[in-house]
Design a protein around this ligand. Structure first.
Ligand SMILES: [Fe+2]
Length: 263
């Protein structure tokens, strides 16, 4: 099966730019590209920082954008979001956590928002109880986790100040379950690796990025290609492709060059 991961939309009040870019234009281009090339995906998971400042008008405009989007979407919160304002637009109450089962796999969408003034993540007792219940329900089936904050330091001096707190309690909860992969946001970078045996991947934001080496540019954030991930799941493998959809242009070559057999 196939699904899409994207993250860190940082949507503004419609019409307002963020760091010189229009996050709505970035999102529209992204959704159009997904609808055009990946309409067969089972769902799109968006791992938080839906908005830059959590305004009701931003959530409201996102909800309207998704009405016409043909794929099922699963929204999560990040440290830039406001749970109450999100709930006032999207409905429901409490933590923004959900679970779906597709093709015998469990997909768990977690809420790691701690809240201001902290930008770190939190997965407290209430949330852990929910996750414990969902992992029990999975009953040994493969599980894929989605969350905004990584529960470990990623080797970036700024990001490592605001990772998920209480990582040991989170790690303990996962032991003994078939956790196949963790998808997170927050980092505004492409990252892959493993944590305690669990493979993970993260993606750039749809708007601004965090330079790998602070000082590599004169500003805290940088302009680097936004990406979404196309994830292919098979029983024996997980493939995560990252597609820089805004930077995809034809190569400088005749259209009929290199068309012969490749074997
Ligand atoms: Fe972000």
């Amino acid at each position: 099966m196939k699904f899409i991961h994207l993250t860190d939309l940082h949507l503004t009040v419609p019409g307002a730019l963020l760091w010189g870019l229009d996050p709505w234009a970035q999102l529209d281009a992204c959704l159009a590209d997904i609808a055009r090339h990946h309409a067969d995906a089972a769902f799109v998971a968006i791992t938080g920082d839906l908005t830059e400042r959590g305004e009701v008008s931003a959530y409201d405009a996102l909800k309207k954008r998704l009405v016409d989007f043909p794929l099922e979407t699963h929204l999560m919160l990040g440290n830039h979001d406001d749970r109450k304002k999100f709930r006032s637009v999207f409905g429901g109450d409490g933590m923004v956590q959900s679970a779906v089962t597709r093709g015998g796999n469990g997909f768990l969408f977690l809420d790691t928002l701690k809240g201001p003034p902290s930008s770190a993540g939190l997965y407290d007792e209430e949330r852990r109880t929910w996750l414990k219940g969902e992992l029990k329900k999975a009953d040994g089936a493969p599980v894929y986790l989605f969350l905004h904050h990584p529960p470990f330091a990623i080797g970036h001096p700024l990001m490592d100040l605001i990772a998920l707190e209480e990582p040991e309690a989170f790690a303990t909860l996962l032991k003994g379950h078939d956790i196949r992969h963790m998808f997170f946001g927050h980092a505004h970078r492409t990252i892959s690796g493993q944590w305690r045996g669990i493979p993970f991947s993260a993606l750039p934001s749809l708007n601004h990025q965090l330079p790998l080496v602070p000082g590599a540019v004169d500003t805290v954030y940088s302009n680097e290609p936004p990406m979404y991930a196309v994830v292919l799941l098979e029983q024996d493998r997980t493939i995560v492709h990252s597609d820089a959809f805004l930077n995809r242009t034809p190569a400088q070559m005749p259209p009929d060059a290199e068309r012969s057999d490749w074997y």
